[in-house]
Design a protein around this ligand. Structure first.
Ligand SMILES: N[C@@H](CCC(=O)N[C@@H](CS)C(=O)NCC(=O)O)C(=O)O
Length: 203
């Protein structure tokens, strides 16, 4: 398997899960320019990471890559503890992070794609940041009394949450008082798989 990634991008979640499952893999680092180059567009016509290749098969979309990797290590509770409810819980939080949180970050990282006027871009980014505070508060509440989003062991949702929390810190999203998230972040930073993926990405 080969993971195409850009350092610190959402592909870091797949990178962490690759470390957790312990299967052999390679990585291919891309610059922002290379994402839109002809070579990578053949792999992912969207020009976005992550992409995972396995022989002549290419899989894109973070959510499907994360699930595909988790299924390769059924001995780990990466997709829940084996019950249908627990799998649904993991998918609920992966969906929330991908569709609500990640998408809202697009208004901060890529406001210029939506609006030409710089003042309007700043306004959009500020509104998005305010919305993110509310969305992260829901995750903080979910983590109350729990070490991880869907229970006592890390799942694919936690790898993804760690990545968007890094973005929140970098973009100074207001996370004041969200102490469960802060403890979660420290817990993930202490994880050996997270540390290996960060090191491999030069972060
Ligand atoms: N829907 C895609 C979105 C992937 C995505 O937004 N990737 C970002 C990095 S976090 C990217 O490569 N952006 C480059 C671009 O869109 O130009 C997924 O969930 O995999």
């Amino acid at each position: 398997m080969k993971l195409y990634y850009m350092p610190g991008a959402c592909s870091l979640a797949s990178h962490i899960v690759l470390e957790w499952i312990g299967k052999p893999y390679e990585t291919h680092k891309l610059s922002r320019e290379a994402l839109k180059g002809p070579e990578f567009l053949q792999i992912n016509p969207l020009g976005a990471v992550p992409a995972l290749t396995d022989g002549d098969w290419t899989l894109t979309q973070n959510v499907s890559i994360l699930e595909h990797l988790a299924e390769q290590a059924p001995q780990l509770p990466l997709l829940g503890d084996g019950t249908a409810r627990s799998r649904a819980e993991v998918r609920r939080w992966v969906g929330f992070i991908n569709s609500d949180i990640h998408k809202t970050f697009s208004m901060i990282f890529g406001a210029q794609r939506f609006l030409k006027d710089e003042g309007a871009q700043q306004e959009l980014a500020a509104s998005a940041s305010g919305l993110l505070t509310k969305l992260f508060a829901q995750l903080d509440a979910q983590l109350d009394g729990k070490s991880y989003l869907a229970g006592s062991a890390p799942s694919i949702a936690d790898a993804y949450l760690y990545v968007v929390l890094r973005w929140a810190r970098a973009k100074e999203v207001n996370l004041a008082g969200l102490d469960n998230l802060s403890a979660f972040f420290q817990r993930m930073e202490a994880d050996a798989g997270v540390q290996s993926a960060l090191k491999a990405e030069g972060l």
